[in-house]
Design a protein. Structure first.
Ligand code: GNR
Ligand code: NI
Length: 176
């Protein structure tokens, strides 16, 4: 098992589109286990998309059980939203690839998602509450979209500016 490195904005890899998984086999499951280990290792992480560790595959892992509850690891392979409700919900969102920033994001309150599980079996499930928010946030990653793309351009501009500055300082530190 390996803890993988999480890419952070403005890394351009996070803006690319991930490709569907063709075969759910042991090698893929080993990678999914690494994604789960990486998510559990990160502070308060409740979800992770493969592209956040630099892998262009349509895979998401998630665990929405709270801190004191037993672990409930889930994985969603080739997830697709098949329906969204009319009603919207606003949740405060954060992202392991946009560290230290949080913003209120409006999304459909309910959706249905079709996906393959860890064994390659197809399911379709209705989502609401935190699950609906999180699955939409993760599927966005697979299409190169970050939660900051859903907020006002004024607020996004401020966050992007700070992320760029942090990136420049990091690059500078490596040259000393
Ligand atoms: O850990 C995470 N918390 C979170 C909170 C509200 C809405 C979405 C999320 S997902 C995020 C982990 C992450 O960046 N997944 O891509
Ligand atoms: Ni995220």
């Amino acid at each position: 098992m390996t803890i993988l490195r999480i890419l952070t904005a403005p890394n351009p890899v996070l803006r690319t589109t991930s490709k569907p998984v063709k075969k759910v086999d042991d090698a893929l499951r080993a990678f999914i286990d690494d994604m789960l280990e990486t998510m559990y290792h990160s502070e308060n992480g409740i979800g992770l998309a493969a592209i956040q560790v630099g892998v262009h595959k349509r895979i998401i892992v998630m665990d929405l059980s709270g801190e004191d509850a037993p672990k409930n690891p889930k994985c969603y392979i080739n997830p697709e939203i098949t329906w969204t409700g009319e009603e919207v919900a606003i949740h405060s969102e954060g992202c392991l690839s946009v560290p230290e920033y949080y913003a209120e994001v409006e999304r459909p309150a309910k959706c249905r998602v079709k996906y393959l599980d860890y064994r390659g079996k197809e399911h379709e499930q209705e989502a609401e509450g935190l699950f609906a928010t999180c699955i939409q946030h993760e599927i966005d990653h697979l299409d190169g979209i970050l939660f900051i793309d859903h907020i006002s351009s004024l607020k996004r501009g401020m966050i992007v500016k700070k992320l760029n500055k942090a990136q420049r300082e990091k690059a500078q530190a490596h040259t000393i």
